[in-house]
Design a binder for this molecule. Structure first.
Ligand code: BGC
Length: 896
């Protein structure tokens, strides 16, 4: 390898250099994967730098960190129509010290024309450790509490847990890789982080076998030498294996070893651990369900699921291990025996065995046919009697509980009063779950559906609490495809109460007569083709074949926007002809004036406002995702939005909550509210007006890359918790955003993926989650999705936006597209279809010009554009009025 500087540059060629030459790049060792893993999972754990021009990939260069050669990934990535060459230098696991500067040298790469690059030196500075006092009053403490309450104890044979005063022998690379956040929009930028190793070392009540921990940090999942294992066994006969997984936006996970399935190294280590130690515990630091058949096969004694637990995940796990905290989380999803047991599996693209993992930028078009119909998650397993490893709602405790229904009222709303007693010998919290079995008649019904849930306060041993669950009768309705309405199916309804979907026992039954819901709904988003769906009447004959899903060779666009829906919505209160003397300050004072204000704006101004003006989406600047364009001459305020399911996803460090699925595992509506409230408080300090969360697509399949950002496989659990989270968030005056509306259940080629969904499944599952959330709290904003539903892109679909969202669900806030939806949908169609803000847009006229032209050509009515901007500006006025004041919680009394 040539490491000297020789100018072999061809005459006239551009010099090749590294953009970071001479600069300092920051790296947060706690992030493990880093943001670029969103683009390419192989860039996980890498510091990423860019070459000034194309590289010859077959002429390798040399990369050293502090003089030691290190591995790298060189890959082209398309940006604005040309390939940018990215160099990912693997540093995670090797830059061990925080707050230190490491010298990196890159040399020897050549351009395709033979030009040798100029050697580059730059510095990687690791983020310093910051400490904070975390007492029960601080926001950070809430992050720890949610991480603790979201931990699910899956197995505890012989009460192996809790363990005290013990040496912890931790096997596997999972300790070094222990993840506290995901990649993509759900990523956090926490002001400080305590991962598992530090938590154990600082905790003092355990000692860590550092010999073993250091071995795995260096050698990954290799098997430790016999003498090392013997020493470990003799000083504490307890083995722990940590399994960790990466997940996030832009790419789905696969069933490859090391993803859904265990890698060979992990399998070997689990066997060694269970053979070596008399007690073995597995910690699942996994963002999505993985194959856990090994638990019984190898006789693992205890399993805890930590999920991805945020900035204080480490202390949370330690507190559960030693019993300071009694776990009370419950599974928000079914953990199947085999991936192929899930009826959606044949219709979910799995890039297993070297298949192409199509990202958001892939230009393939994919269909995902929902042949499983209503049978998602436990709705399938409980109906078809297929055994699972762990059922929905399941989770153990260090104590035991007895739950008894003491009164069941079914006259109007369903009211169940129950007593929960702690019958064990330590304090704990129980989750009570109420299910219904509907009469399975002309309309096929799953065996069970979650109606409501409640979590007890911390119950001391021997104490009892009485809880009441009240379910509006409306929740018993089913969507009837035959009439296009919600109906109450006549017959007998059975109520069941218990600690999980499998434990729930009958507490009452009642008969109802047929009725049709009073809200008038009609057929919308009808599939373009007949979809044969799974049926309990003929399980074998209807098992989804998946033949119509996958990459389409003949297709290169979504269908044109649906024309069946005519916009008949009346204009919001509007002064005829507008009023030129109105200023935006007047609108901030009285949002009812918005329509009049909008009347005074020119078409150019309207188009400019419609397009978000984010120059460089998150990669530069402060990290905000979108900003309002402020045409000259208008007194518009600054208005910026940022991602943040679990923290404000900007470059200034702030709170780092667990991922959404961990929050959901708490089954605690108050914690969801508090998490939203704290996020709102943090966002306000950072001048963020809207947090682009909560995300509430369903867990249709565990391989969805964004599984950790979403709540559950159950629409009611998802919707209720999302609603409480949003209500908490908006109590601070910061806007929330329900996203991605709707049926956005895969990341594979996400901008060109069509969800082909039966009408019933849409209504009773995918739209239901949003409907429930909206009934708890009407947020200021909703984001559409990248995918199409039954032909038409969600970002352009008036049937979905005007019909379902505004008319059926009574949404009055502002609608925005998902970022860059115009890659596969038309900007003008988006506005015509009901979207009010096109994101991330640009500061130039690339996206405004087509809107102006469409109005001039009559393709987009001026009235439609004004109405659209009214929605947008009304929300902006409400959120920015008296920017230091908070908006009171004005949500209508929720149904849940
Ligand atoms: C994601 C959204 C996110 C947006 C802004 C998109 O790629 O799908 O969830 O809010 O980017 O960052």
């Amino acid at each position: 390898m040539n490491t000297t500087t020789r100018n072999t540059q061809a005459p006239g060629a551009q010099p090749l250099f590294l953009l970071q030459d001479g600069t300092t790049v920051n790296f947060d060792t706690d992030e493990v994967d880093g943001q670029m893993a969103m683009i390419d999972r192989k860039l996980a754990g890498a510091v990423v730098t860019i070459f000034s021009g194309p590289i010859n990939p077959s002429a390798p260069g040399l990369v050293t960190v502090e003089g030691n050669s290190t591995s790298y990934r060189l890959t082209p990535y398309p940006v604005n129509g040309r390939d940018v060459w990215i160099l990912g230098i693997k540093v995670s696991g090797s830059l061990l010290d925080r707050g230190r500067s490491y010298g990196v040298r890159v040399e020897g790469f050549t351009a395709p024309d033979g030009t040798l690059m100029r050697p580059a030196n730059f510095t990687v500075a690791t983020k310093p450790r910051t400490s904070a006092s975390i007492d029960s009053e601080t926001n950070d403490y809430l992050a720890q509490r949610i991480a603790e309450e979201g931990i699910v104890l899956l197995k505890n044979r012989g009460n192996v847990l809790p363990v005290r005063h013990q040496q912890l022998n931790i096997l596997g690379s999972g300790l070094a890789k222990f993840r506290v956040t995901v990649v993509g929009a759900g990523k956090t930028n926490a002001r400080h982080t305590v991962r598992l190793r530090e938590a154990i070392e600082e905790h003092g009540r355990f000692s860590l076998n550092t010999e073993l921990a250091d071995f795995h940090r260096e050698h990954g999942d290799s098997i430790p030498p016999d003498d090392m294992l013997a020493r470990a066994k003799s000083s504490g006969d307890l083995g722990i294996v940590v399994l960790s997984r990466l997940s996030g936006e832009n790419m789905d996970n696969s069933s490859d070893p090391g993803a859904y399935n265990l890698s060979d190294g992990e399998k070997r280590l689990l066997s060694i651990a269970s053979e070596t130690f008399s007690r073995t515990i597995v910690i699942l630091n996994t963002p999505y369900p993985i194959d856990v058949r090994f638990v019984d096969e190898l006789g693992i004694d205890a399993v805890i699921l930590t999920g991805i637990g945020g900035m204080l995940a480490g202390p949370a796990v330690v507190n559960v291990l030693d019993g300071t905290v009694n776990p009370s989380g419950r599974l928000t999803d079914t953990w199947p025996k085999k991936l192929s047991d899930i009826p959606a599996s044949q219709n979910f693209y799995d890039a297993v065995g070297g298949g192409t993992p199509y990202t958001g930028d892939s230009d393939v078009w994919i269909d995902t046919v929902y042949e499983e119909g209503i049978y998602v998650g436990y709705r399938y397993f409980s109906t078809f009697g297929t055994e699972v490893v762990y059922p929905f709602g399941y989770g153990l405790s260090y104590t035991t509980f007895r739950t008894r229904a003491v009164a069941v009222g079914t006259d109007d709303d369903i009211a169940v009063q129950c007593e929960v007693s702690n019958t064990g010998d330590c304090a704990g919290r129980e989750v009570v779950q109420l299910y219904v079995t509907k009469p399975d008649g002309i309309i096929e019904q799953p065996a069970l559906e979650l109606l409501d849930f409640a979590k007890t306060p911390l119950l001391s041993p021997g104490s009892t609490v009485t809880m009441e669950l009240v379910v509006p009768r409306r929740q018993l309705f089913t969507y009837d495809e035959a009439v296009g309405r919600y109906v109450l199916v006549p017959g007998e309804y059975v109520l069941r109460l218990g600690g999980s979907v499998e434990e729930a026992i009958e507490i009452g039954r009642f008969a109802v007569e047929y009725s049709i819901a009073s809200d008038v709904v009609s057929h919308r988003l009808l599939p373009q083709q007949a979809i044969a769906t799974l049926s309990r009447r003929d399980p074998r004959g209807t098992w989804p074949p998946g033949a119509d899903s996958g990459v389409k060779t003949e297709k290169n666009a979504f269908l044109p926007a649906r024309t069946t829906w005519h916009v008949t919505q009346p204009q919001k209160a509007c002064l005829d002809g507008g009023n030129e003397n109105l200023s935006f300050a007047d609108v901030q004072e009285c949002p009812e004036l918005v329509a009049a204000y909008v009347e005074s704006l020119s078409i150019d101004q309207l188009a400019r406002l419609t397009v978000c003006a984010q120059p460089a989406w998150g990669m530069e600047g402060t990290g905000v995702a979108g900003v309002l364009a402020r045409p000259e001459g208008l007194d518009l305020p600054t208005f910026q939005v940022a991602d943040g399911n679990s923290g404000v996803n900007v470059k200034t460090p702030n709170i780092g909550f667990p991922t959404t699925v961990v929050l959901a595992s708490t089954f605690d509506k108050d914690l969801a509210y508090d998490m939203g409230r704290v996020l709102g408080e943090e966002a306000r300090k950072l001048d963020i007006d809207v947090i682009l969360a909560p995300a509430l697509n369903l867990h249709r399949h565990p391989l969805n890359g964004r599984h950790p950002e979403y709540f559950s496989e159950d629409p009611y659990l998802s919707g209720v918790l999302a609603g409480h989270y949003a209500r908490g968030l908006e109590s601070t005056g910061v806007g929330a955003c329900y996203k991605h509306f709707a049926a956005n259940n895969t990341e594979t080629a996400r901008k060109r993926n069509q969800s082909v969904v039966p009408e019933r499944a849409l209504r009773d599952l995918y739209l239901k989650a949003f409907e429930v959330a909206l009934s708890v709290h009407q947020p200021k904003t909703v984001m559409t999705a990248y995918n199409a539903i039954n032909g038409c892109a969600t970002s352009t679909d008036a049937e979905l936006l005007e019909g379902v969202l505004r008319r059926d669900f009574q949404f009055e806030g502002m609608l925005m597209t998902d970022w860059g939806s115009y890659a596969s949908a038309d900007v003008v169609d988006m506005v015509a279809g009901g979207n009010n803000w096109i994101t991330p847009g640009s500061a130039d006229d690339e996206f405004t010009a087509p809107i102006v032209a469409a109005v001039q050509e009559g393709r987009l009515s001026e009235r439609r554009l004004r109405q659209s901007v009214s929605y947008l500006l009304r929300v902006i006025a409400e959120l920015t009025a008296g920017s230091s004041s908070t908006t009171p919680d004005v949500s209508p009394a929720g149904r849940h």
